[in-house]
Design a protein around this ligand. Structure first.
Ligand code: ADP
Ligand code: ZN
Ligand code: ZN
Length: 733
């Protein structure tokens, strides 16, 4: 009799081991392939896990096993290499493998629902529709555009394709359907023959050419593509992706959360054709899953997405691009705390394909890797085309009377810019009306009841809002402390600056872009469209405005409050500040119009600021790296943060003290422990938070320690009174 087969299953649960089950009754051995989903009994309920491997009875002698309920897929969702990569990632970030794998699945599959069919429904012109002329639709331009698009395609277009090509397609499509011009047909093959490669590639300039030539598409290599905004990085990606596709392979392109705009999607589709599968949060769960299957089955040649798209299974992966690699959104800050940028390099290494990390302001980690020769360093030194770089200057605002944070000189410059018919962009990294509300009589300050933080006044609704936990309350006209009615707001957020600007420039179109004005789906795109069409002359906003977008008519950039960055508690504060300044500045001086950047500061002599302004980001970054080296901070060492939080003030400390003792005993002196200390904002959303920082010169020393430590932490009694987590290579304290 053959040995009884045992299923080893990764079950999504906060436990560090995998679990063994007997196969479901009556299953054929052939259907037991690693990478399929398995429904299993777990605790008092059921879970949907992934089959990792098959064992025989010998491996687990003597244990009594439960029987799995059912195998949910006819073919594996993950190939062996995909599973091994996910297991590696779980181990590196000390996160349970079942949760890591669940995280890599589209939501419906995670819940155990049957895999979506990749049959596509596509829109076609009927015979009647084919007879219509766009010229007869002058009064219905949207229908005319739709008609033209459908006429170009010979095999129909999907809804997603229409959505990417047209701003609105639903109502014109409905109108044309009612006239009997279009119909919807179902296809087995996912490919449709949408027109391909409409926008011609430029002749690359010599920097771009050297960059493209330097990348060996045949094997793994990591490359930093280092060039200012507008230097043509995206053209380099497109050229490389095209080469990879023509070799029959697939490409994966990651962009920051806020960078996945319809504009960017259109640019990729226009160049690369319809094989582009876009994974973005605007898609419904089903559409997203279908895109995922198309990629997994090799039908989609390019996957474009944010952080989590990194885990898309791609059988013929030939290139990974991480655009704006310095962006913080690549790090997941809760649950499975991975860095998609770092994992992209690992994935490229394991899959033997090149990885391009692009940025105008590379992170110090990546720069260090490039300088030490581990990564190739490809530089684009000038702006593509004729555009000039913006001139940066500091505006000393010590002893200057500000109006809602604007100095008279900056206001003067805005006026001049508007008079010349150009646009001005103002950057302020704080939304709301004012960050402080205080009583002029007794000095009371409005604070959050659940956090160690002040509440921000939101003017239009007269509401106090905590930006850390989301609590809100109405602003009472009387001081809750002394009853006086002399409450005043101090400082400014985007709302107040907007208010003052509209008083100063009553005739001018002003647009504010922050989380409050872009909450509704599609509203950001609408505002950006208005900017491109020249509806607004003053652009005001937070970092949402500072990332990725190109505003060719902006010739003046004003940065209102840069000083927080200079003295932040985090050793990364200066790096972040410099990146922000350079990124915001990159919005100006496009096209043939040279731009100017004015940075208001109370510390005009700060050496790092001087260095950045006078000699640019490269010089700044070299100096910052030297500082990191002398302080033995990352990237010259490696860190892990053990976090704990609890409603009782003492619980995190008790847990971390015990964890500390255990850790020291396991570490053999090769790891330094700092803390435990309270988190920079100790109380947040009613929970007290503290952490213990670990640092070592070798990753392997930390990894060795963590493997044992994490398991033993889970069994500490004090662990039951806190919520704890391990953050490997933390980005924020
Ligand atoms: P980045 O990604 O570095 O911001 P892009 O690739 O978007 O830069 O290029 C900036 C602008 O310059 C775009 O409008 C692009 O179409 C144009 N461009 C890029 N490369 C060239 C080139 N070789 N010749 C002319 N224009 C170019
Ligand atoms: Zn008072
Ligand atoms: Zn709060």
């Amino acid at each position: 009799m053959p040995d009884q087969l045992i299923l080893r299953v990764a079950v999504p649960a906060p436990l560090y081991n995998s679990f063994d089950y007997l196969p479901p009754d009556g299953t054929l051995a052939e259907s037991l392939m690693p990478g399929v989903r398995v429904s299993v009994p777990f605790g008092r309920g059921d879970r949907c896990g992934i089959l990792l491997e098959l064992l025989t009875e010998g491996n687990i002698a003597g244990r009594r096993l439960k029987r799995a309920h059912a195998i949910l897929d006819q073919a594996p969702l993950f190939m062996k290499a995909d599973l091994e990569f996910l297991i590696w990632a779980g181990r590196y970030y000390q996160h349970p493998v079942g949760e890591v794998i669940a995280n890599a699945l589209p939501v419906r599959l995670r819940k155990g629902e049957p895999a979506a069919s990749v049959k596509t429904t596509r829109w076609h012109l009927t015979d009647l529709g084919l007879l219509q002329q766009a010229s007869s639709l002058k009064r219905a331009p949207k229908q005319a555009a739709l008609l033209a698009l459908l006429k170009e395609s010979t095999n129909g277009l999907t809804k997603e394709h229409l959505a990417h090509q047209l701003d609105t397609y639903r109502s014109p499509l409905l109108a044309m359907q009612q006239k009997g011009w279009v119909e919807v047909l179902e296809h087995d093959d996912p490919e449709s023959s949408a027109s391909r490669g409409q926008s011609a590639a430029y002749a690359l300039n010599s920097d771009q050419k050297s960059a493209v030539d330097a990348v060996d598409l045949g094997r793994f290599g990591a490359y930093l593509l280092d060039g200012v905004t507008g230097s043509g990085k995206t053209e380099v990606y497109l050229t490389l992706v095209n080469e990879v596709i023509s070799k029959g392979r697939q490409a994966l392109i990651l962009v920051p959360e806020i960078g996945l705009t319809p504009q960017l999607i259109r640019r990729f589709e226009a160049r690369l054709g319809q094989g582009v599968a876009v994974l973005h949060s605007g898609l419904g769960a089903l559409e997203r899953e279908q895109a995922w299957h198309l990629a997994r089955l090799g039908h989609a040649t390019v996957v474009l997405g944010t952080r989590s798209a990194l885990f898309t299974p791609l059988p013929r992966l030939g290139l990974i691009v991480v655009d704006e690699e310095h962006d913080l959104s690549y790090k997941q800050q809760d649950g499975f705390r991975y860095s998609a940028r770092d994992l992209a390099v690992i994935r490229g290494q394991r899959g033997d394909c090149p990885v391009i990390l692009g940025s105008a302001t590379p992170s110090l980690e990546t720069l260090h890797n490039a300088q030490s020769g581990r990564y190739g360093h490809l530089k684009l030194t000038s702006r593509a085309g004729e555009a000039k770089l913006a001139q940066m200057d500091l505006l000393d605002i010590r002893s200057v009377r500000l109006e809602a944070g604007l100095s008279p000189l900056l206001i003067e410059q805005i006026r001049g810019t508007l008079q010349a018919g150009n646009q001005a962009l103002l950057f302020i990294n704080r939304r709301g009306y004012a960050p402080i509300v205080t009583c002029h009589d007794c000095g009371w300050v409005a604070e959050c009841r659940r956090c160690d933080a002040r509440m921000t006044l939101h003017g239009s609704s007269n509401i106090l809002w905590c930006h850390h936990c989301g609590s809100q309350r109405r602003l009472d006209p009387h001081c809750p402390e002394c009853g006086a009615d002399d409450l005043r707001s101090l400082g400014q957020g985007t709302e107040r600056v907007e208010e003052v600007l509209s008083q100063l420039f009553p005739e001018i179109g002003i647009v504010r872009i922050d989380r409050d004005t872009t909450r509704r789906k599609g509203s950001l795109d609408k505002l950006l469209e208005g900017i491109r069409k020249g509806k607004y002359s003053i652009l005001l906003g937070t970092q949402m405005l500072a990332k990725g977008h190109h505003f060719p008519d902006v010739t003046l950039v004003g940065i209102l409050d840069v000083d927080q960055g200079l003295f932040g508690a985090d050793y990364r504060a200066a790096e972040r500040m410099a990146q922000q300044i350079v990124q915001v500045s990159g919005r100006a001086g496009r096209a043939e119009k040279p731009g100017r950047v004015l940075i208001q500061t109370r510390h005009p002599d700060h050496p790092m600021m001087q260095l950045l302004i006078r000699r640019g980001y490269d010089a700044f970054a070299s100096e910052a790296l030297a500082e990191r080296q002398s302080a033995a901070f990352p990237p010259f060492s490696y860190q892990v943060l053990l976090r704990a939080e609890a409603p009782q003030e003492s619980a995190p400390r008790v847990f971390l003290d015990e964890a500390h003792q255990q850790g020291v005993a396991l570490a053999n002196g090769r790891v330094e422990f700092w803390g435990p200390v309270p988190a920079p904002m100790e109380r947040r959303a009613g929970r007290y938070r503290a952490h213990l920082l670990l640092q070592a010169h070798q990753r392997s020393d930390l990894q060795r320690l963590l493997a044992q430590w994490v398991v033993s932490l889970a069994s500490l009694k004090s662990a039951r009174r806190v919520r704890w987590s391990v953050d490997v290579d933390p980005q924020e304290m």
